[in-house]
Design a protein around this ligand. Structure first.
Ligand code: PMP
Length: 361
């Protein structure tokens, strides 16, 4: 078997080995056509079937209701920070934003370039270690939408419940949590997610949008960024990132083989709980996040002293545990344990951490 490391990268992140193997096997001679999937027109019926199937599989996995459109767009989640206001604010309007950390703030700053943006609550004063209580949010009933980040990839802070925002459409940046657990799509106006964590490779973003929110774009919204235009053209208004979408499709099939999102939820819960337990039961490691809101996907942790960081990373790498360095904004370590990171990898990390502690405490 080809060597595969335990990969805790925050994104682009680990992909299922089976998916990579399939892509490899099909690379030169896809469907016995004598060419690769990236070498045909996106209008070719064989490719259009790939796109259609990817959408249907995602719909099945998340039980997406019929009144929601699913579109695949080029670029990352960062472009959605602009696309959301351009599509939902019309030619002037207000939006509410929840601030729970790094990615919330990026969305707020970008959103503010396109309309009036109100920050309804923030946990900045708590260094983003918690989520402000819903009763403290100063929501505007006239807002065009409420934007939040269900999982802060850098902070490791995750909403465990969907916030109730009444009739105002809820918009969620699910880049680092989509498909990790079951989800009630009907509670949302818009869900978007960059692919490179739980969906596939970088370069493509999934947008799920309730159909009554289409057709509200500002006049200045670029055609290619107009959700309605893209949806009405089956995400093929121009040449889509064809190979990236093919990879998403393979991941969706893999997820179905695993038993779908409900099966992943059980595994992910177990993975996260055992890693937090290992951290909490030691006085060498620590995680600062309010235990009610600890992310299942991104687990930041610090060592007793930052002086151990370099050695920890070096030793981890020698043991085949890669990409554990925390984001520079928070320091320390971070283990991202997305769907494609197996429970075995989490077990290997926990054993390594215990051994490192034993040697250094
Ligand atoms: N939102 C969240 C929650 C993220 O984790 C990331 C990437 N780490 C982004 C947005 C930005 O994604 P991209 O680099 O694909 O634009």
């Amino acid at each position: 078997d080809t060597y595969r490391a335990h990969n805790f990268s925050a994104g682009p992140a680990a992909l299922p080995t089976e998916v990579l193997e399939q892509a490899r096997d099909e690379m030169l001679n896809w469907q016995d056509r004598g060419l690769s999937v990236m070498e045909i027109s996106h209008r070719n019926p064989a490719y259009m079937a790939v796109a259609k199937e990817a959408e249907q599989d995602l719909r099945d996995l998340l039980s997406i209701p019929d009144n929601y459109r699913v579109i695949f767009m080029s670029g990352g989640a960062t472009s959605q920070f602009a696309m959301v206001p351009l599509n939902l604010l019309g030619n002037g309007g207000r939006a509410d934003y929840v601030d729970t950390g790094h990615w919330s703030l990026k969305a707020i700053r970008e959103g503010g370039r396109f309309g009036e943006v109100n920050v309804v609550c923030s946990s900045e004063e708590q260094s983003y270690t918690t989520i402000p209580d819903r009763s403290e949010w100063k929501l505007d009933p006239e807002a065009a939408y409420v934007h939040y980040t269900p999982n802060e990839t850098i902070g490791g802070l995750e909403f465990m419940d969907i916030p109730d925002v009444g009739d105002v459409p809820l918009v969620a940046d699910m880049s680092s949590t989509i498909l990790s657990r079951s989800l009630d799509v009907s509670k949302y106006g818009v869900i978007y997610a960059g692919a490179q964590k739980n969906i596939g490779q970088a370069g493509i973003t999934v947008v799920i949008i309730r159909d009554d929110l289409l057709g509200k774009a500002a006049d200045a919204c670029p055609t290619l960024w107009n959700y309605q235009q893209v949806a009405d053209n089956d995400s093929m208004l121009n040449t889509p990132p064809t190979f990236a979408l093919y990879i998403c499709g393979l991941v969706f099939k893999w997820l179905k083989r695993q038993g779908g999102v409900e099966a992943m939820e059980k595994i992910n819960k177990r993975k996260a709980e055992k890693l937090y337990k290992a951290i909490d039961s030691s006085d060498f490691y620590s995680n600062p996040i309010d235990p009610r809101y600890r992310s299942w996907m991104n687990v930041p942790f610090r060592l007793k002293s930052d002086d151990f960081n370099a050695e920890f990373l070096q030793e981890a790498e020698k043991a085949g545990l890669l990409n554990l360095k925390g984001h520079r904004a928070v320091g320390g370590m971070r283990a991202s344990i997305y769907n494609a990171v197996s429970e075995d990898s989490v077990d290997a990390l926990i054993s390594f951490m215990a051994e490192f502690e034993r040697k250094h405490d």
